[in-house]
Design a protein around this ligand. Sequence first.
Ligand code: XIL
Length: 387
Amino acid sequence: MKNLIFNVISAAAFSTVLALAVSPALAEGLADAYQDKFHIGTAISPGSLFDKEVMQLVNAEFNSVTAETNMKLRHLAASQRTYDFNWSDRFVAQGLANKQFVVGHTLIWHRSLPAWFFQQPDGARPSRAQLLASMRQHIYTLVGRYRGQVNGWDVVNEAFNFDGAFRSSPWLDIIGEDYIEHAFAFAHQADPEAELYYNDYGLVNPQKQEAVVALIKRMQKKGIPVHAVGIQGHYSLSYPDLQTLDNTIARFAKLGVKVMISELDVSVLPFPGPEERGEDAEIDSKRAQQLDPYPEQLPDEVMSQFTQRYVDLFCVFLKHHAAISRVTFWGVSDARSWRNDWPLTDRTDYPLLFDRELKPKPVHQELIKLASSYQKVCPLTGNNKDE
Ligand code: XIL
């Protein structure tokens, strides 16, 4: 009798274990699936950090977090010479508490600059030496505060034009081309353990790519630490061409730096022409509808294209998994994606893996499956071979 009871109990226990093993509640998240390939990250918007439901999803699915907006200079130091660290302290603390790889974004950029930073107390423009000193001060303040806590920094963001020339900015115009090297050197002094990144979009473009390759080589030659290149990845259903992306990743990997896909999203909306993007562009109502075709929901057919597009992109990333350290999505759900407001404002886009109700789209499961099946599933164009 004793034995029988024992057997019944152990059979019940066994079936519970079995049920747990296959229970969807315990299904692995994206980051688990890619654990031996690369980090899977997401950007945390200002509001997401205070949204319990969103942060639960973040902690279940992602093992890296990037500050989407609130570590940019204008957000930290809006109007005075004082910094407001409320948001960023909480962001870093939550990343640490959840054992995530924490990325600071971004130290030096041509956007999000408060006017006071480029004015002396008497209103005059700072000299090169003065701006270098305040740049160092900014980098020391931020990187120093999170020394040993933020794992990697986007040190310089978007420093080149498509023709490969340095992009005009107060940094370039006042300091000169070596502002980039100084920024990396200051960041390294402030936290010698932190990884340091150059981050940009449009790196599939040959001239821009050439300029960034030259920059990395120059810094390597001078012994200035640069650990990875961030390919932002603001893509669409057709851009960029997969082979070009494949070649781009291979090219940077060859330099001996890591490659990161740092801001991935796939817009399903038509890309407006340059004349449609200005502030006073005139768009009639018919064209406005064409440019914003899915205000209510995404048709199934487009959803399938979207799923396939992400699978194709991940085939390329997985091929290069030895060189890629991280793939970060630029946001969690479509609800807060910046693509609803870029390159045109006020549209309804569907660029991320989770919908407006935070439900995973079919692509989520497909990408999880792909992590273990890509060698069989990815096309034979070379993308199925590990490099
Ligand atoms: C964007 C954010 O997503 C927006 O919320 C913000 O208003 C503007 O900046 N390249 C970058 C990011 O490096 O910092 C940008 O993020 C998107 C383009």
